[in-house]
Design a protein. Structure first.
Length: 402
């Protein structure tokens, strides 16, 4: 009797500590005991276990079929409960209670984490590396909360449906601090999108390759981006190597590129350091596609841009010495520019370029494209901001145009 009372007291204490309904724990324990006794006693029929909520006394019943068998429902009309409670029922209950309670606590913890973090998908968080395997790295978010940074080899068939969210140039060590993008939070009660070994893997999945990681880092480092004065229009990223980001200002006198670069490049440098020296090109967004595309191909100098709005194709002409710079190593600069602008880009050198179609729009060579402001201070330091379209000066020094 004392053992039964102790069991109830222990379950109540655990329920209070973990903030779990004690009756829910008892119901799960009854289900587990029923399955155990069906095997232990070698029962042909099903078994039902009840635990008295006050005394803790345990009863085991065999459900013996009575009446007629219904072929349509594949069930008997009724069952008679036969008491088969063994003498050592408390000892078996204690053994089952450990595994049942551990499972309940694990599931409750996963559900609690899901409820807390499911609304934070897309947020930037800081974590500490706990341990790594060949397939993923475990990140500690805070005490009792861990996240998974997957880096599965997606070329292998056994990894179908998995993710690779680690840049190729990054490797992590114990206690290393990382800024991470919350990619998704697995719902433990959902029947969809389950992954192999999910019960032993953290609920939160984070990323270091997602383009919006770059957006969140700029929001953290650039107050104008956080406040919405400077808007990030588009991001193109090849994680670990190079990214392009297009920005625009809602304030006429504020240069968005200069705001993101910061004094002496301090703001963008913090982002680059967090991304392990990934190169970040900050581009001035323009409503005119021909100007925007020319800016996106920076640092190459563009002679002309011809766009076909119907087909969404753009033909870019550059001098022969700028061709390799415009295309970039392995076509990376052109590829990122196309991804950033959403236009198909065809780059030609001036010596091989043909005449543009009459109905297409062309950016002439004398149009100002993403040039640096002409202002020079008394100390001989030139302004780092970009000149406004049609002007030699940025928004800050536009008054010098008069």
């Amino acid at each position: 009797m004392a053992d039964n009372v102790n069991l109830i007291d222990a379950l109540q204490a655990l329920a209070h500590e973990r903030k779990i309904d004690e009756f829910f724990i008892i119901e799960k324990l009854e289900e587990s005991l029923a399955k155990s006794y069906e095997k232990i006693l070698g029962l042909v029929n099903d078994c039902r276990v009840t635990i008295d909520r006050k005394s803790g006394k345990i009863y085991v019943y065999e459900l013996v079929p009575v009446g007629d068998y219904n072929e349509e429902t594949d069930e008997w009309d009724d069952y008679e409960e036969v008491d088969i409670t063994p003498s050592d029922v408390s000892r078996t209950a204690a053994q089952n209670a450990k595994s049942v309670i551990a499972g309940i606590v694990r599931d409750a913890t996963r559900q609690s984490i899901y409820e807390e973090f499911s609304e934070r998908v897309g947020d930037l968080i800081t974590g500490t590396v706990l341990q790594g395997t060949k397939d993923f790295t475990i990140i500690k978010i805070r005490d009792g909360v861990e996240a998974e940074l997957p880096h599965f080899d997606l070329r292998k068939k056994e990894n179908e449906g998995e993710l690779n969210e680690r840049p190729d140039n990054e490797r992590y060590h114990h206690n290393q601090r990382l800024k991470l993008y919350i990619l998704k939070v697995r719902n433990p009660n959902s029947d969809d999108n389950h992954v192999k070994g999910e019960q032993s893997r953290p609920t939160i999945v984070v990323s270091r390759t997602h383009p919006d990681l770059l957006r969140r880092l700029f929001e953290m480092e650039v107050p104008e981006v956080y406040d919405g004065i400077v808007e990030i229009k588009s991001i193109a990223r090849e994680a670990g190597d190079r990214s392009k980001i297009a920005v625009a200002s809602r304030e006429p006198n504020l240069d968005p590129v200069g705001a993101c670069v910061g004094p002496k490049g301090s703001r963008v440098r913090m982002v680059v350091e967090e991304l392990k020296n990934e190169r970040v090109d900050i581009i001035a967004y323009d409503e005119r596609p021909e100007v925007y595309i020319a800016n996106a191909l920076s640092p190459a100098k563009i002679q002309s841009v011809t766009v076909n709005r119907e087909t969404h194709f753009a033909t870019i002409v550059v001098s022969d010495d700028q061709l390799s710079l415009a295309i970039g190593k392995d076509g990376q600069n052109a590829r990122l520019a196309a991804k950033l602008t959403g236009w198909h880009i065809d780059i030609k050198s001036a010596s091989f370029a043909g005449e543009p179609l009459a109905e297409e729009e062309t950016l002439l060579e004398d149009e100002v494209v993403d040039e640096t402001c002409a202002f020079v201070s008394e100390d001989g330091i030139r302004c780092r901001n970009h000149a406004r379209p049609g002007s030699k000066y940025c928004g800050v020094h536009a008054h010098l145009e008069d």
